[in-house]
Design a protein around this ligand. Structure first.
Ligand SMILES: CC(=O)SCCNC(=O)CCNC(=O)[C@H](O)C(C)(C)COP(=O)(O)OP(=O)(O)OC[C@H]1O[C@@H](n2cnc3c(N)ncnc32)[C@H](O)[C@@H]1OP(=O)(O)O
Length: 210
C-alpha cells in the first residue's frame, strides 16, 4: 500500500486522512503544515514538518505520494503549492471506492473525490480539483484546475467550470454553461446563465453580488 502525506493538517486534511485510510487505499503517514508543530501527532498521524520540508521528506522516503488538504478559503495557495511541487514530488489521486466514475472520464493528478460522487461519461476533472461528498457531474463537463466543489453540487452536461472556483453546497448549474475562473457560488445557487467574470454569485437565478 502506498504511503500518503497530506499538505494541511486542518479539517480538510484530517478528512482526507480519514477517508484515504478507512477506504484502505493508502497508509496515511504524515502531514506537512506551516501552522502545526513538527513531530506532534494529530489523530495518530505525525506532523512531518512545514510545506518547505515536503521535497526533503520525499527524498528521504517518508512517503510515496502527496495530496493537498487546503480548501476553499485558500484556492490561490492550493494552486501555488501544486504548481511548485508537481515537478519534484508525485501527487496522489484519491477516488473513494463508493464513487461511480465512468471509465471514459479523465481524472487528473492531485484530485481528491470524496464518497458518493457520480461522474458520467467523458467528463474531465483536471489536476488538483477537490470534489466533496455526493456531487453529481453529468456527461461531457469539465472542471478546471484547483477548483473546489462543496457537498452535493449538481452539474449538468457540457458545463465548463473555470480554475480556482469555489462552488457552494447544493448549488445547481444547468447544461451548456461556462463559469469563468475565480468564481465563488453561494449555497443553493441555481446558475442558468453564463458566468463570464470572476466574483461571488448567489440566488435563484444566480446574481452577481461583488
Ligand atoms: C463540507 C463543507 O462544509 S464545504 C463548505 C460548504 N459551505 C458552503 O457551501 C457555504 C457557501 N457560502 C455561502 O452561501 C455564503 O452565504 C456566501 C459565501 C455566498 C456569502 O457570504 P458573505 O460574504 O458573508 O455574504 P453575506 O452573508 O453578507 O450576503 C451578501 C448577500 O448575499 C445574500 N446571500 C448570501 N448567501 C446566499 C445564498 N447562498 N443564497 C442566496 N443569497 C445569499 C445575502 O442574503 C445578502 O443579501 P443582501 O445584500 O440582499 O442582504
Amino acid at each position: 500500500m502506498k504511503k500518503l502525506a497530506i499538505i494541511g493538517a486542518g479539517d480538510l486534511g484530517q478528512q482526507i486522512a480519514y477517508h484515504a485510510a478507512q477506504d484502505n487505499q493508502f497508509e496515511v503517514v504524515g502531514f506537512f503544515d506551516d501552522f502545526a508543530t513538527p513531530n506532534t501527532i494529530i489523530n495518530q498521524i505525525k506532523v512531518f514538518g512545514k510545506v518547505e520540508d515536503v521535497e526533503n521528506g520525499f527524498t528521504n522516503k517518508l512517503f510515496d505520494e502527496v495530496i493537498i488538504g487546503i480548501g476553499y478559503k485558500h484556492l490561490g495557495f492550493r494552486e501555488k503549492l501544486y504548481t511548485s511541487l508537481k515537478a519534484v514530488v508525485p501527487f496522489a489521486t484519491f477516488i473513494h471506492s463508493s464513487c461511480y466514475i465512468d471509465a471514459s472520464c479523465v481524472v487528473g493528478s492531485g484530485v481528491c473525490i470524496f464518497p458518493g460522487v457520480i461522474i458520467d461519461q467523458q467528463a474531465i476533472i483536471k489536476d488538483n480539483v477537490f470534489i466533496n461528498i455526493s456531487c453529481t457531474i453529468a456527461h461531457d463537463s469539465i472542471i478546471a484546475q484547483h477548483t473546489f466543489l462543496s457537498p452535493r453540487v449538481a452539474i449538468a452536461g457540457f458545463v465548463n467550470i473555470g480554475k480556482r472556483c469555489n462552488i457552494g453546497i447544493n448549488s445547481t448549474i444547468i447544461d451548456n454553461i461556462n463559469v469563468a475562473d475565480d468564481v465563488q457560488i453561494g449555497a443553493g445557487t441555481v446558475v442558468i446563465n453564463q458566468i463570464e467574470k470572476s466574483g461571488l454569485y448567489v440566488g435563484n437565478p444566480s446574481r452577481f453580488i461583488r
